[in-house]
Design a protein around this ligand. Structure first.
Ligand SMILES: *Cc1c(COP(=O)(O)O)cnc(C)c1O
Length: 372
């Protein structure tokens, strides 16, 4: 099946009891035991498993081409469970440009817990090779990255990481459908389903998809129900509903973002545009090889620095000043001030999550504020 068809049908079945085409939401926390004491219908207690969570996990696993998946209450909860499945003394190699919350988890929680971590620019394959250690158990890539849209050559990095005997994880939050990490060598895929899967800025979630049913994934599964950071049945239902339109939305987000990036790239008040679809982007060649379209996220740097950037974000009419991404509405965000001290974001940088409005209206909005 092609990906659009999978997105519509994976994890779906018509309800045998009623014929309902849209799935019911199973709020029950507990399930009936058989007379013999077994659970032949597969469910016992909703923290362990629930029909809506089961459907979501089967659906996203099928979409990514994995063997199994474990859903969590947030993307960060999913990330945390991967680190918890490691052991004190293990070394993690993470992309320097990984999601801010991911590096904060490593620095503020897991270093204290005994994990070792190094951060390296994974768009530089040789730098990855140099930073791997004998006790490196896991390498964490994210591409395109936040907020500079750096591109990691997933196939090249996967090979080096596997040669060193470590697991390779790809945070695929920014490019679901557009990028197929299992085909490029990833062992695990992570999504913050809060973003494009949910797609409407109204549900929080995370998921880990495993290429194979390994012992390491069994460890994550245990942490899921023993740790209890699980999503509610309604959240699972919303995220799976979001997935039904995901391939078409990703196409439209990408198409709009390409138009906005091209507009910004020729604007006299813009110093730089970070969008992998632009031939001037340093990762363009690799992005063109490993992505079917370039996604809905971009960043640009306003000439004249931080104050000028803040004043652009203050005056847009369609773009909403807010963090996060992946919804139908376009968002604008000044990253340096949200990340605070220690940020690596340039002061003049604004990040855009391009939504599903008409691109002409988005361009007009930006053109207007840039000319003030
Ligand atoms: C948002 C995000 C996360 C964290 O997800 P939450 O659902 O907010 O916990 C992780 N990785 C990336 C790339 C993200 O954009």
């Amino acid at each position: 099946m092609k990906i659009e068809t999978l997105a519509v049908h994976a994890g779906h079945s018509v309800d045998p009891a009623t014929g309902a085409v849209a799935p019911p939401i199973y709020l029950s926390t507990t399930f009936e035991r058989d007379i013999e004491g077994t659970y032949s219908r597969g469910f016992m207690y909703t923290r362990n498993d629930n029909p809506n969570r089961d459907a979501l996990e089967r659906g996203i696993s099928a979409l990514e081409g994995g063997a199994a998946a474990a859903a969590f209450a947030s993307g960060t909860g999913a990330t945390m469970s991967i680190f918890q499945a490691l052991a004190p003394g293990d070394h993690v190699l993470a992309h320097v440009d990984a999601y801010y919350g991911t590096s904060r988890l490593l620095r503020e929680i897991f270093l204290r817990w005994g994990l070792q971590a190094d951060f390296v620019d994974m768009s530089d394959v040789m730098a990855v090779k140099k930073t791997l250690k004998p006790n490196t158990k896991l390498a964490w890539a994210e591409t395109p990255s936040n907020p500079l849209l750096k591109i990691v050559d997933l196939a090249a990095v996967a090979k080096i990481v596997h040669d060193a005997g470590a697991l390779f994880v790809c945070d695929n939050t920014w490019a679901p459908v557009l990028q197929r990490p299992f085909d490029l060598g990833a062992d695990l895929i992570v999504h913050s389903t809060t973003k494009y899967f949910g797609g409407h800025c109204d549900v929080l979630g995370g998921i880990i998809v495993a290429k194979e049913n390994s012992n390491f994934f069994e460890g994550i599964r245990g942490i899921q129900y023993e740790g209890g950071a699980v999503p509610s049945p309604f959240d699972c239902w919303l995220i799976l509903r979001g997935m039904r339109t995901l391939p078409w939305r990703m196409r439209a987000h990408s198409e709009n973002a390409t138009k906005v990036a091209n507009f910004l790239a020729q604007h006299r008040r813009v110093a730089r545009v970070h969008y992998p679809g632009l031939p001037s982007h340093p990762g363009h060649t690799i992005a063109a090889k490993q992505m079917s379209a370039f996604g809905g996220m971009l960043a640009f740097e306003v000439k004249d620095g931080g104050d000028a950037a803040m004043s652009v974000a203050a005056k847009t009419k369609i773009f909403i000043r807010a963090t996060s991404l992946g919804g139908v509405e376009s968002l604008i965000e000044h990253r340096a001030s949200i990340e605070g001290p220690g940020t690596t974001s340039p002061e003049g940088l604004l990040r855009l999550s391009i939504g599903l409005e008409n691109a002409d209206d988005l361009i007009e909005d930006l053109d207007h504020v840039l000319s003030l």
